[in-house]
Write a protein that binds this ligand. Structure first.
Ligand SMILES: [Zn+2]
Ligand SMILES: [Zn+2]
Length: 354
């Protein structure tokens, strides 16, 4: 199985050349771009290409490629939140443990100071790099300045502006962006055997994120969750403050246990408000939720562009606050206060008139 990342031609071109010609290999890379665009897959396949013993790296079939794919290769590691360290006798504070800890970076330094155990390169994938604790990030700088030979570091991030400039400038940056809808649609049909209609729908909803489309194709609950979140965004746009606070309490209360789900819900709220904004601004053809167009139109008709912008900003702020471990309920209440209210009566009137 050669490279399977879709729609990231520039990044892949650079990686392929580097894997073929060690002279072009950087010791550190920064893969930057939105979620589900293929960053992690590209990192793993790059690690395979660097260590593959088959004919056309990454062959996907040799021992090295298989071990990397299953996470069992001793020279390829992912350093993520909550990973191991070598310092058994010390305690991690709750604050430390919310990010990638300095002791994990120290462990990584020990690991890469040794020659590769069974492959040609030691590859360390740091993801999500924006979750490096401040002292961990500073510690990493040293390694980025003087990396041992035969080591490749890959920092993966959705929020590169949160990384220190000194860290970013020491890594070769590769941008991952949304892939064109047509490419995603074709891939869903040919590679994942999706029905043409479903492929078209998911490609449209994916916002260019192939990974999202593939997950949605196989996971019905994801589409259900999606419909629920969009319905809630719509209901809350019209709701009075008491109702909104009750919702904030419920959603915020589930944050500790279901971080990702809450963030996804808010991401869908952003999508929903972006559609309102597009329609209010006369760019309806770019709206994503085409199955909801009538209702979106009715709401957008009584929403100023600036109000939709305010809503989007409020949701983005709340998501950021949640990432930074503010009180989840408080962050969501602040958001609810800032999101403009679209009056349900006017909506009903318009719906019945149309
Ligand atoms: Zn191979
Ligand atoms: Zn530790």
């Amino acid at each position: 199985m050669p490279w399977t990342v879709i729609g990231q031609d520039h990044a892949l071109g650079v990686l392929k050349n580097a894997a073929r010609d060690g002279g072009r290999l950087a010791h550190a890379y920064l893969f930057a771009g939105p979620a589900h665009t293929g960053k992690t897959l590209a990192a793993l396949q790059f690690a395979q290409a660097l260590n593959c013993t088959g004919e056309e790296p990454p062959c996907g079939r040799c021992r090295a490629c298989e071990k990397i794919a299953s996470g069992a290769h001793p020279d390829v590691e992912v350093v993520g939140v909550g990973g191991p360290c070598n310092e058994a006798d010390h305690a991690h504070t709750a604050a430390d443990s919310r990010g990638i800890r300095i002791c994990q970076v120290r462990r990584m330094e020990t690991v890469i100071s040794r020659a590769p155990f069974e492959g040609r390169y030691r590859v360390q994938i740091i993801e999500p790099a924006e979750r490096l604790n401040p002292e961990a990030e500073v510690a990493l700088l040293k390694t980025l300045e003087e990396p041992p030979p035969n080591v490749v570091l890959i920092l993966i991030t959705e929020q590169e502006d949160k990384l220190l400039e000194t860290v970013r400038s020491r890594a070769r940056r590769l941008a991952f962006g949304g892939a064109p809808k047509e490419i995603i649609e074709t891939a869903l049909r040919t590679r994942w055997s999706a029905e043409p209609e479903r492929a078209a729908e998911l490609a449209r909803l994916s916002g260019g994120r192939i990974g999202w489309a593939v997950i949605a194709l196989h996971d019905e609950t994801m589409m259900e969750q999606r419909h629920r979140a969009l319905a809630e965004a719509e209901a809350m746009a019209a709701a009075a403050l008491a109702e909104r606070f009750a919702y904030a309490g419920k959603l915020g209360g589930s944050y500790t246990k279901e971080r990702a789900l809450v963030q996804q819900t808010l991401e869908l709220w952003q999508e929903w408000w972006r559609d309102i904004l597009l329609i209010a601004a006369g760019r309806e053809e770019r709206a994503v939720h085409r199955d909801r167009l009538d209702r979106l139109r009715a709401l957008a008709a009584q929403c100023e562009v600036s109000a939709a912008v305010r809503a989007l900003r409020a949701i983005a702020d709340a998501r950021e606050q949640l990432e930074e471990n503010a009180s989840p309920v408080l962050a969501l209440e602040v958001m609810m206060l800032a999101v403009p209210r679209l009056r349900p009566n006017a909506v009903a009137a318009r719906l019945s008139a149309s």
